[in-house]
Write a protein that binds this ligand. Structure first.
Ligand SMILES: Nc1ncnc2c1ncn2[C@@H]1O[C@H](COP(=O)(O)OP(=O)(O)O)[C@@H](O)[C@H]1O
Ligand SMILES: Nc1ccn([C@@H]2O[C@H](COP(=O)(O)O)[C@@H](O)[C@H]2O)c(=O)n1
Length: 223
């Protein structure tokens, strides 16, 4: 059982570069990292027809199952594995299968509203907001949604104007006030390198402290 020593939240608008930053940190940090994508915690809408699901506002906080996310973060931070839901963007649907996820030394929660919920914020040691201009983000999103998420251009544009943009302004951008660090443009190599160093230092410190505590415990018991 690994007890994670450092938990990071990475928030920001759609297409800001959150997933890329999270992936780069996890690949280079030299500790075991558990990635938690907030997208996997979209509410289960299997009771709705496809047409109805396609019209849901997926950028409002009510679209997410916060209770399950809190429960899973709490479990991971206590060193317990979870069965993480998986999400299908083409179908707007939580998949039937889950993935067994073990707690790493570092936990990274990444998603548009990763810094929205007070209880979640309390569980995080480091709060990051990735800030990228809206025009860059929508261009990135058009490409991604058409290529990877089975959408057409007209649908992406309608959704952007009706829900994505207004929800960004109302709910996502204001979470910047919870950030310890704001990263411009997404996978900004200087920012990512500094973050990797910080994560290594913090998780190393806690690991050393835990080892010292364990040593003390053993020597006290043997007296
Ligand atoms: N600093 C950057 N410069 C150029 N492209 C970037 C940068 N950061 C991320 N990207 C690209 O932007 C796109 C969206 O990034 P992603 O990490 O998926 O965003 P998010 O998870 O915030 O929606 C990806 O194609 C990614 O490669
Ligand atoms: N069925 C869904 C669910 C979510 N979205 C959009 O995904 C965006 C969040 O993901 P990022 O990787 O861009 O952070 C969010 O803006 C939702 O609009 C969707 O289109 N369909």
């Amino acid at each position: 059982m690994t007890i994670p020593s450092f938990a990071i939240g990475i928030a920001g608008g759609t297409g800001a570069g959150k997933t890329t930053v999270a992936r780069e940190i996890s690949e280079n940090v030299g500790e075991s990292v558990t990635l938690v994508a907030l997208d996997n915690y979209y509410e289960d809408l299997s009771h709705m027809a496809f047409e109805e699901r396609a019209n849901v506002n997926y950028d409002h906080p009510s679209a997410f199952e916060w209770e399950l996310l809190r429960e899973h973060l709490d479990a991971l931070l206590s060193g317990q594995a979870i069965e993480m839901p998986q999400y299908d963007f083409s179908e707007h649907l939580r998949k039937d299968e889950t993935v067994h996820v073990e707690p790493g030394e570092v936990i990274i929660l990444e998603g548009i509203l990763a810094l929205y919920d007070d209880d979640v914020n309390d569980m995080l040691d480091l709060h990051i907001y990735v800030e990228t201009d809206a025009d860059v983000r929508i261009l990135r999103r058009i490409e991604r949604d058409v290529v990877d998420r089975g959408r057409d251009l007209e649908g992406v544009m309608d959704q952007y104007l009706s829900t994505v943009k207004p929800m960004h302004e109302q709910f996502i951008e204001p979470t910047k006030k919870h950030a310890d660090i704001i990263i411009p443009e997404g996978a900004n190599s200087m920012a990512v390198t500094l973050l990797e160093e910080k994560v290594q230092a913090e998780s190393g410190n806690v690991a050393e402290w835990a080892a010292r505590e364990a040593d003390l415990d053993t020597s006290e018991r043997s007296r």
